[in-house]
Design a protein around this ligand. Sequence first.
Ligand code: PEP
Ligand code: MN
Length: 344
Amino acid sequence: MLIVMQHGATAQEIQRVVATIEEMGYQARPMPGKQRTAVGLVGNDGKVDASRLEALPGVLEIIHVSQPYKQVSREWKTENTVVHLPGGVAIGGEDIVVVAGPCSVESEQQIVAAARAVRDAGAVALRGGAFKPRTSPYSFQGLGKRGLEFLARAREETGLAVVTEAMDPEGMDLVAQYADVIQIGARNMQNYSLLKRAGRVGKPVLLKRGISATITELLLSAEYILAEGNAQVILCERGIRGFDTATRFVFDLTAIPLVQKLSHLPILADPSHATGLRAKVTPMARAAVAAGADGLLIEVHPQPDRALSDGAQSLAPDQFVDLMRQCRAIAEVIGRRVAEPAQV
Ligand code: PEP
Ligand code: MN
């Protein structure tokens, strides 16, 4: 529920609304705006009786949020959320951002080469997992802390912000020491203790849609992070499980405009995991930009044939250059622009 204050409501009037919400047993989140302040009421799992609040001085109107997710919804916040990363990258603004890099960090040399290649092609952030959620326990599990150190080296070399995955609540602090954005993978989208931990980590979070998650479930998972006080959440559509094995997943591009209507949070699209097929990544990246995605997550490896994970869907650097060129052209058609990396 949102308590919208009149234009010119005094600090005392706002404070009285906050105190009343707390007396009612809920938490209050004052949200000063350009025109007027609203006070969000959180902590309810159903409709709240607003009669005590309606009558308070300075209150203009009460808005009941109809969706099960509250703080994530457009009803709660009408303007888009823009997530700012070090180096001036803004996700969710006018520009389309491209985050690229290998599936896994494999060595210092590999991640630095990948970072240089994607930066030169126009990516503004580097992706790469040091902790990898793999379907088989016998597959490469990532380099762990050493992988994080190599990512930090690649950031020093290129100035790119680093996006990397945290797999469990215990590992969150370590990953947060190195990452600029903490990725929560598809398999962990409903790991509620991890989501709560991500809500307190103090860094932006990239939340990937679970392979069989509905859009409502995705947004409710994001709500867990916001409910803990972290509003810097970026969503990601990465394909959902279908019956056809011709592609790795089914790329649900309708999710992009749908989520943008339901939520103020930015949403990226990941055609690499969605298709699982290198030759299909660029066409579907074009489609994602055309559908209005706020950015792309693309797997790029200096030598895809030697990749220790997801090689079949990883682009070689020259293919990524071509993807960027095509996406810039599509962005122009829809009146947007692909963000350029800062000069270092
Ligand atoms: C990844 O980004 O490499 C990854 C493991 O993605 P997902 O969680 O979407 O499968
Ligand atoms: Mn991968």
